[in-house]
Ligand binder design. Structure first.
Ligand code: SIN
Ligand code: FE2
Length: 209
């Protein structure tokens, strides 16, 4: 088993300032029709990272701009490179939901212009990174977990160390902004659940431009 998938004990933890975990705020069942509709115009696809490897998650986007990765690097684009069309709009109900979640975490006036949709089949994971390709770091990130349970690991100011694992289940929302906006984080390998849904889906709302 790879080192980063070790289960290790975590003492009770007070999240750092700007990081907030909100539990059971929505569900995959309620959001799946919109996800299916968005994916019918901007299909899920695996993106290449600048180093040449393929991400294990499948990705698509909604909003004025969508996050993309390829050999040239990470960036936001107005058009989906797969279809050549503009990205579909973020559903109004999603924008309102993300704004409410940001408010509950103490960040008023959140206006996302991009929603990254990550789909993790069992076995998929996301390595340590910062959300750093946006132009506006005053607005928080609102990260919505749907479907299969997963472990979101908060690493903080540096990518090294075990960090703090946060179990995220269907409908849980992690908001990070202010002093936590630049925190490193990763997602452990998602495990199958024979009685659960096929995927873990994460919606990441951002102000990119
Ligand atoms: C991400 O950081 O882009 C994804 C986070 C998650 O899947 O919970
Ligand atoms: Fe991220």
């Amino acid at each position: 088993m790879p080192l980063q998938d070790e289960i290790f004990p975590v003492p009770d933890w007070t999240p750092p300032s700007g990081l907030c975990v909100l539990r059971a705020k929505t569900s995959l069942a309620s959001e799946l029709p919109e996800i299916d509709r968005l994916a019918s115009s901007a299909p899920f696809r695996r993106m290449q990272v600048p180093g040449g490897g393929m991400m294990s998650v499948e990705t698509t986007s909604a909003g004025a701009v969508g996050w993309c990765s390829d050999r040239q690097g990470y960036r936001y684009t107005t058009h989906d490179p797969l279809t050549g069309r503009v990205w579909p709009s973020i559903p109004k109900s999603w924008t309102a939901f993300a704004r409410t979640m940001a408010e509950q975490a103490g960040f008023d006036g959140f206006e996302p212009d991009s929603c990254l949709i990550n789909r993790y089949a069992p076995g998929a994971k996301m390595g340590a990174h910062q959300d750093a390709d946006e132009q506006d770091f005053t607005q928080p990130i609102v990260s919505v977990s749907l479907g299969l349970a997963g472990t979101f690991v908060w690493l903080g100011p540096t990518r090294v160390g075990h960090g703090h694992p946060i179990d995220v289940r269907d409908g849980d929302v992690v908001v990070f902004g202010g002093p936590a906006r630049h925190g490193y984080h990763r997602v452990k390998t998602v495990r199958a659940d024979p009685s659960g849904p096929a995927w873990r889906i994460n919606l990441t709302f951002r102000r990119a431009q």
